[in-house]
Design a protein around this ligand. Structure first.
Ligand code: DGT
Ligand code: CA
Length: 572
């Protein structure tokens, strides 16, 4: 937790310095330090005690002192003073994706607007006029940005909700608690989560409920009874519910609160047809004038009484899984063991931080047989896209590494599709790569027809193997751009192009439903973490979640192929 708090303070300092119009290098230093601290796998307090803070990437003497001050006193004077210079609402206004710090400052100085709510009112009333740089179009953009921010408050992405849930569970998992499990959409591994549902078994329910309601990360208690409590946590203002359940009913409660609601309704109907009743307390046999409790301790027991296969939580959406479970034909879910490699990684040749050999060592830990290093192409200057010359330099290094590496490195590129549908490298260069993934990084506002056409023309290039993050969605920052997925899937099938399930936690793109569509069009899916740091490789787990929810099996996924098979497929 301390790592997170310190990272958050540094992030806010960076924002406040931006508001002040301070030195960009200083701002960048705070952002970089925040990221490094967030990615640390060790507790920062331990590093501080060993006097090793300056070994962290981006932490110099000054920042090390500031970290020590926070660890020793719980606060940072520099930050508190900086905060006093501006109303607190301005920081929140800066969270609006379309709004830069300069505009926030101008709006504040001219209109005294200092909260997101006041800003929304002003934009809706078209009152935000007379500022240089704010035109009608910008007002529309601000409104769209506010809507994105509101959505961001409503549903939280899976990775953040998981982190929050884990921190609750780790603090509650004491000797008084016999069992504790996550339920709800988080257990189903949906890509966004509204609230977190936790179930526990304990002989001391009041003790557990009290402990939960008083945890340090609880900002507000919404309600508190003997066996149930609802709170708001302080990191993302998420609601977290805890219910203490009788052991005898734990399976049925877990099933009920895992949902989905649609799944529950359908299963209840099926049970009724077979002469049973199910609810959160158990499964009951219906007899003439009474009902008899016959089970509910585990979910397995309930499925078995209903004579059906166990349905993994990821599938419980009423998309045909109940029927399949009755016919013994559920898909066989893939696991990390089935993944033979990661097909979308950035190295320090472009905007990644790790070198190719560091990435290879990390890939060994995952048991991978191959990885594809797909750095950005020429035109994407913000991401340090590679010139032709650098491409060849990279090829040389990869050849050397492959001479004695357990993990085979595929020489790859993430090639930009420009606004007319042309690729950023010429065919003569594209043919050199083992794997080319093509992606859109600009012109998001084009019409559905235009964007679809761009992607289709990339599919038709014979060197393109995969379309990366096909809808461009970036949680809280950008809505998906409009595409005609079915048209793209038809062409992708004809030209033997795979579509990516980008596993980057803010993306998850394609999502479950779109990946399911791809499967129905017999188009292969490719799991890529889009890693820019070593720590990102573990995001493959989120791609596995999407695959499971999409009913994918091993032969639908490119990275479940053995190396030889994959190389053959890539040659088309
Ligand atoms: P969300 O919106 O991300 O929190 O999604 P869930 O699925 O976690 O929904 P939530 O938290 O409202 O409820 C948790 C589970 O409780 C839900 O998946 C199924 C069950 N549940 C809630 N309301 C009902 C209901 O009215 N009928 C039935 N059968 N089940 C319900
Ligand atoms: Ca929920």
């Amino acid at each position: 937790m301390e790592n997170k708090q310190i990272a958050q303070i540094f992030r806010e300092i960076a924002k406040l310095l931006e508001l002040k119009g301070d030195n960009p290098f200083k701002i960048r230093a705070y952002q970089k330090a925040a990221q490094s601290i967030e990615d640390l796998e060790q507790n920062i307090r331990i590093l501080a005690e060993q006097d090793k803070l300056t070994q962290i990437d981006g932490i110099g003497k000054d920042l090390a002192l500031k970290i020590k001050e926070i660890l020793q006193t719980g606060k940072l004077d520099y930050y508190l003073l900086l905060k006093k210079e501006f109303p607190s609402g301005l920081l929140e206004m800066m969270e609006i994706p379309t709004l830069g710090p300069k505009t926030v400052k101008k709006i504040y100085e001219k209109f005294k607007i200092d909260t997101v709510e006041k800003l929304k009112e002003a934009v809706l009333a078209k009152k935000l006029t007379g500022i240089e740089g704010i035109k009608d179009k910008t007002q529309e953009n601000i409104l769209r940005g506010i809507e994105l921010l509101e959505q961001r408050r409503e549903r939280i992405p899976l990775y953040l909700a998981s982190q929050i849930a884990e921190s609750f569970i780790s603090q509650l998992n004491t000797k008084e608690v016999k069992k504790i499990e996550i339920a709800g959409s988080l257990r189903r591994r949906k890509d966004t989560i509204r609230d977190i549902d936790i179930l526990a078994v304990s002989n001391k329910p009041t003790f557990v409920i009290d402990k939960f309601s008083n945890l340090p990360m609880v900002k507000e208690v919404l309600s508190k009874g003997e066996k149930k409590s609802s709170v708001i946590e302080n990191q993302n203002n998420m609601q977290v519910d805890l219910r203490v359940i009788d052991e005898k009913s734990f399976g049925s409660a877990l099933m009920y609160f895992t949902g989905s609601k649609e799944f529950n309704i359908k299963l209840r109907q099926l049970a009724a047809k077979k002469g049973f009743k199910i609810n959160e307390y158990g499964i009951f046999k219906i007899k003439k004038d009474k009902e008899e409790w016959i089970g509910g301790k585990t979910e397995e027991e309930i499925f078995s009484i209903l004579k059906m296969q166990y349905i993994p939580p990821q599938l419980r959406e009423d998309r045909g899984e109940i029927e399949a479970a009755c016919n013994n034909s559920l898909p066989k879910p893939i696991t990390l063991k089935d993944i033979k490699g990661d097909l979308h990684i950035h190295s320090n040749y472009s905007d990644g931080l790790a070198s190719i050999s560091q990435l290879v060592s990390k890939a060994e830990e995952f048991g991978y047989k191959y990885i594809a290093i797909c750095d950005h192409s020429r035109s994407l200057k913000v991401a340090r896209g590679l010139s032709e010359k650098d491409v060849y330099k990279k090829l040389e290094e990869i050849r050397k590494i492959n001479k004695n590496s357990k993990v085979y490195v595929l020489f790859g590129a993430e090639v930009d599709i420009d606004s007319d549908g042309n690729l950023d490298y010429k065919d003569e260069l594209l043919k050199e790569f083992d794997i080319v993934i093509a992606a859109i990084h600009t012109g998001f506002k084009q019409s559905k027809e235009q964007i679809t056409k761009r992607i289709i023309s990339a599919c038709k290039n014979k060197y393109v193997s995969i379309i990366a993050h096909p809808t461009g969605k970036l949680w809280g920052v950008r809505e998906p751009y409009a595409i005609d997925l079915e048209e793209i899937l038809k062409v992708a099938y004809d030209y033997k192009v795979g579509l990516e399930i980008n596993c980057y936690p803010q993306r998850l793109d394609l999502n479950d439903l779109d990946a399911m569509k791809a499967k129905n069009f017999k188009v292969k899916l490719s799991l890529g973490t889009d890693s820019h740091r070593l720590e990102h490789l573990k995001s493959i787990a989120f791609g596995i979640d999407v695959s499971q929810r999409a009913w994918l099996e091993k032969n639908d996924i490119l990275n479940c192929m053995e190396p030889d098979e994959l190389f053959k497929w890539l040659k088309k």
